[in-house]
Design a protein around this ligand. Sequence first.
Ligand code: ADP
Length: 502
Amino acid sequence: MNIEIEQKYKHAYNLLQGIMESPKNISIFALDRNYQYLVFNKNHQTITEQIWGDKIEIGSCFLTFIKNPLNREKTKVNCDRALAGEAFTIIEEYKDLLHERHWHEMVFSPLKNDDGDVIGLAVFLTDITERKNAEIKIAKETIRRRILIEQSSDGIVIIDKDGHVIEANLKFAEMLGYSLKEISSLHQCEWDAKFTPDELTDMRNQVDEKGDHFETTHRRKDATLYDVDISSNAAMFGEQKLIFCVCRDITERKQTEKELLKAKLEAESASRAKSQFIATMSHELRTPLTSVIGFSDVLSTNTSEKLTEKEQVYIDNIRNSGEQLLNIINDILELSKIDSGKIELECEKFFVKEVFDEILPIMTQMASKKNIDISVNNEIPFETIFADRVRVKRIMYNLLSNAIKFSPDNRIVSVIVDKSDSTIKVSVSDMGIGIPKDRLKDIFNPFTQVDSSDTRKYGGTGLGLAIVKQLVELHKGIIWVESEEGKGSTFSFTLPMKELNK
Ligand code: ADP
């Protein structure tokens, strides 16, 4: 009988031992009322060795292995709670010998005899370090994401496909005048004041990972409105579609745009008034001036009444001054027409050479007064250009007359015409006074003259080059100048050979 009981007991013991050893990451042990080991599984022995560096044995005192007095006290309190009959679960953190952090979930239960007296305690300890580390990682990631979205100077809101707020940053809440808590229970319809609920639903359905960009109006908590620029895109989180919206308050930009537009309209209207004034004035000045020039012509060519030499000089003076004045008025009128966009080019296809054939005789006459030679260096390409014939002559006239005007006597003014892919390049070079480097950049501005002193040697108004530049640009060409003071200047411009697509 005794042997039978002993066998049964042995069988039960082995069974229990098997159960204790089977879970791989759980350590199990039991202590008596003096905290001495009654039993433990292999796992517990391995883990305690890792943590304490000592090998535990049946009968040895659990608490004496714990070197750190604070930890020992903490553990004793837990054991005493179990010894007082309480069953409970706690999670604690330990460092092993290598100072690696371990998290243990410990289930404490009192051990009772048949009479119900507590004779010790049992502890089930699970190493949950992996789970805990994953939780810490997720928590850190959440904080990092939060910091990132909080650092944005734009409002950020994440909504689900139905328009409910999932997350928002403080900036977004502030823009709308709500607290973060209030924002989290809002729906997109409550702040968007421009689109209808149906339109918003459509927009949410349509937005994808490539994103969308639009402007809208938001309504603050206090019902005031402001303009917003939104960049949104969508991403799938499992089954859930989330829409990320970055919102920028553009009220100020909109206001500036409105003011700029107003200023532009005002400036355009002022410019129109100025052009109108100039046109009227020029017309009014031109009429009497034409009479002055005409009658001085009549007087000087009138052979019936012989003029004295002095009278002839005076009349020539009147006519020359009149012509000079007429030129200035014509220049001002031309520039103001270009400025106000009133000029319409009358473009046609013609040979480049024709312009030179027409203009060179006049220019040669002007040059001969200073004994200046005009040489057309290259063979003028036998090509057609598509341009306004009168304006091209005007460009050439202005550049050549400047080259002659700013050259000392007995020099050469040369013209080179080149052809590239789709343009004709014309360069007018002289060996004249040149232009200082620091004046080159504004030489094409109206009324700019290098010598602006009262005792100016060369006549002119400073309008010629401004007109030339505008005319070249109206033809979609470009103009530039290279010059060296005292050595000479080269003005070059391009013109298209074919009609440009409008
Ligand atoms: P204007 O000749 O009537 O003064 P422009 O607009 O034609 O007006 O020229 C502006 C200024 O540019 C001139 O006053 C002169 O100082 C300078 N300039 C123009 N062409 C030349 C040139 N070929 N050589 C030197 N200076 C020049």
